[in-house]
Design a protein around this ligand. Structure first.
Ligand code: AMP
Length: 430
């Protein structure tokens, strides 16, 4: 194990040079297993999440295969195809492949939704060696005959479980049906829901199966802390914590797009360089924010789970769960944004009284009790307490039906009309 290097794995010289320039000295476990199997032409099922080095695990053999006896692609042809569920992940995969393949003369292009298709049509007109794409836009361009898939010799599906979550699995199946039967295929997924198992059966041929960092264990290298804090004091606590200069590259997670905007605005108002990324922002705005964050111009990136999925930024010092996710798996994905490729990292979670059930689910999944830390914010005043609690009062209270469902605070922040009179009296008393 200790003697494994990229050289002993059979990686060719121009790629070795590029990896050395990136300071990749030791292959990660998935790379050590996947590279020889893929160089030998096997299909691969990789059960692994982002952060394990899986992009290089499939990227290095792909680049090597394409560069040996390289014949330039014909117009509109793609020699290999990588499907990714999100635009950010697609861009990132292409960037990584350009890095690892910088001493090779291969043509690459990215195809994704949400931006004009003209530049994508131009980029693929003369054919490409590697095409990275999100499924919907790729199908559009294939149906318009701008791209041909009948010469794809290597096919990779990344984050197959996310494809499923995002409703892309049918598009993926349609694409599989357009590919030549003779090909090498790989599928990567962090989890294996039934539909992904079925896809594996349909698209892989006697695959080598490699599983790394089983679900729930990503957490091992991340120091995790928990603050019990009322929802209305979370922003204040975040500003307090950011006084620590050690929090130099921070991703803050919120559950909603609106929440992400509000937190980013609050940070900016308090002099912390930050921006939000979420599905309501244009692809260009998201990429700009991500690039500024990667380049160190933004100290804090505020993100929703979907937008952040697959984002790969080195040296994220802290992940802050401003709101706990309602799916415990998302917690594991979130904190996996820090502690990349063997490094340590820190995750800080805020939990208000409405989120305790989420916390229980997370602790059950990770089989870990998160260490609680006390904050030293002033206690809430009585008026703040009642303002914080009352909007969550069960609706049944008003109708005399105990156990009615909770209603969310009103969007404009105003209090339900049936409380207003009482508020006035309280205000007068205070
Ligand atoms: P991935 O799982 O492909 O998103 O990769 C996670 C991170 O690990 C990326 O930032 C890569 O640049 C980095 N990485 C991948 N392989 C290695 C390696 N062998 N040595 C050091 N860093 C690596």
């Amino acid at each position: 194990m200790t003697d494994i290097t990229f050289t002993t794995l059979g990686v060719a010289e121009p790629i070795l040079r590029a990896l050395a320039a990136e300071n990749y000295t030791v292959p990660t476990p998935i790379q050590a297993k996947a590279v020889p199997a893929l160089l030998a032409g096997r299909d691969l099922l990789g059960i692994a999440q982002t952060g394990t080095g899986k992009t290089a695990a499939f990227g290095i053999p792909l680049l090597q295969k394409l560069s040996i006896g390289h014949v330039p692609p014909k117009p509109r042809e793609a020699k290999s195809l990588i499907l990714a569920p999100t635009r950010e992940l697609a861009v990132q995969i292409e960037q990584s492949l350009r890095t690892y393949g910088r001493f090779l003369n291969l043509k690459m292009a990215v195809i994704l939704g949400g931006v004009s298709q003209n530049s994508q049509i131009n980029a693929t007109k003369q054919g490409v060696d590697i095409l990275v794409a999100t499924p919907g836009r790729l199908l559009d361009l294939v149906n318009q005959r701008h791209i041909k898939l009948d010469t794809v010799s290597t096919f990779i599906v990344d984050e197959a479980d996310r494809m499923l979550d995002m409703g892309f699995i049918r598009d993926v199946r349609k694409i599989v049906a357009m590919l030549p039967r003779q090909r090498q295929s790989m599928l990567f997924s962090a989890t294996m829901p039934d539909d992904v198992v079925k896809l594996v059966g349909d698209m892989l041929n006697q695959p080598e199966r490699i599983e790394v960092a089983p679900q729930g264990r990503t957490a091992d290298r991340v120091s995790q802390k928990l603050y019990y804090v009322p929802a209305m004091q979370k922003r204040q606590l975040l500003i307090e914590l950011l006084k620590d200069a050690g929090m130099n590259r921070v991703i803050v997670f919120t559950r909603t797009k609106h929440g992400a905007n509000k937190v980013a605005e609050h940070l900016l108002k308090n002099g912390v360089q930050s921006d939000a990324i979420h599905g309501n922002k244009s692809q260009n705005a998201r990429q700009r924010a991500l690039d500024s964050f990667k380049g160190g111009k933004l100290r804090v990136l505020v993100a929703t789970d979907i937008a952040a999925r697959g984002i790969d930024v080195d040296d994220v010092s802290h992940v802050v769960n401003f709101e706990l996710p309602n799916e415990p798996e998302s917690y594991v994905h979130r904190i996996g944004r820090t502690a990349r490729a063997g490094a340590g990292g820190a995750a800080i979670s805020f939990c208000d009284s409405s989120e305790r059930a989420y916390l229980r689910d997370i602790e059950r999944l990770t089989r870990l009790k998160i260490e609680e830390v006390a904050h030293d914010l002033p206690p809430l005043t009585e008026a703040q307490k009642s303002a914080a609690e009352e909007p969550r009062r069960p609706q049944g209270h008003r109708h005399g039906k105990p156990g009615g469902h909770n209603h969310a605070p009103k969007k404009n922040g105003s209090r339900p009309h049936w409380h207003r009179d009482r508020d006035k009296k309280r205000g007068a008393a205070a």
